[in-house]
Write a protein that binds this ligand. Structure first.
Ligand SMILES: *Cc1c(COP(=O)(O)O)cnc(C)c1O
Length: 243
């Protein structure tokens, strides 16, 4: 990842985009009787040049970033102005990379199996920390996606609650691509219900407070259905260029 200088127009666009997104979030929160402060905005920074990530942190108030890949995050992090900024891993995590990342991020949003959860708890325990995680549910039951099968997750909750160096803070979903808003709403609603269902159980080592759903194309709808963390990449930084 090369660090170039900041292109003025691109920086202006990022600032405008964030202003627009924050307004939309505030309106969506208000329309569901909530305050804009209830909804946390994550800037998804995968493939984004550090110079633009730093601009959004230094000049636009971004205080939470999400990265998908362990290697990409580790190679970029020293170039980032991360003072006071929370870092979350949001992409699929392989068990053999857990020890590289568990002490580097504030939360792992992509826990999708008991096997992975156990490894995170084990490594966190060895490092003397508690790992904050979200459980990722494959809400559309799609073969092509990672994430917990909902039934499997519900059946493994008690085992998850026994992992002493793990703290479950909530759930994360990526819905399937939908033809209509109605269809998409169904997934957001289901995620919201599942979140409440797990919360009501008041399990040990669970503190259900984050419902992470909503991306560039659907965050307003997600907020209307109770999301309190939206993960937004391309609507802030522009289309991603994969190298
Ligand atoms: C890339 C990514 C996002 C952001 O996607 P955009 O559509 O660019 O906003 C959000 N969540 C996850 C898990 C992602 O991988």
């Amino acid at each position: 990842m090369t660090t170039s200088s900041c292109d003025f127009e691109k920086c202006e666009a990022i600032k405008e985009n964030l202003k627009y997104i924050r307004e939309k979030i505030a309106n969506a929160a208000a329309s569901s009787g909530r305050s804009e402060n209830d909804v946390r905005l994550m800037a998804v920074t995968k493939t984004v040049d550090p110079v633009y990530i730093n601009y959004s942190i230094d000049e636009c108030g971004v205080d939470l970033i999400g990265e998908n890949k362990v290697q990409e995050f580790l190679s970029k992090k020293d170039s980032l102005h991360l003072n006071g900024v929370a870092k979350h891993l949001i992409g699929h995590l392989q068990t053999n990379k857990v020890n590289k990342i568990v002490t580097e991020v504030d939360m792992i949003q992509s826990v999708d199996s008991l096997h992975l959860a156990k490894e995170i708890s084990k490594r966190a325990g060895e490092a003397g920390i508690t790992a904050n995680v979200l459980l990722e549910i494959n809400i559309g039951g799609e073969e092509s996606k990672t994430g917990y099968d909902k039934k499997t997750l519900l059946s493994e909750l008690s085992e998850l609650s026994e992992l002493s160096a793990l703290k479950v803070n909530g759930i994360m979903i990526i819905p399937p691509i939908c033809e209509s808003e109605k269809e998409l709403s169904k997934y957001f609603f289901e995620a919201s219900e599942t979140f409440s269902e797990i919360k009501e159980k008041s399990l040990t080592n669970f503190d259900m407070k984050i419902l992470s759903m909503g991306m560039s194309g659907d965050y307003e709808l997600a907020v209307k259905y109770g999301s309190n963390m939206v993960r937004i990449g391309s609507a802030i930084y522009g289309a991603r260029i994969y190298k």
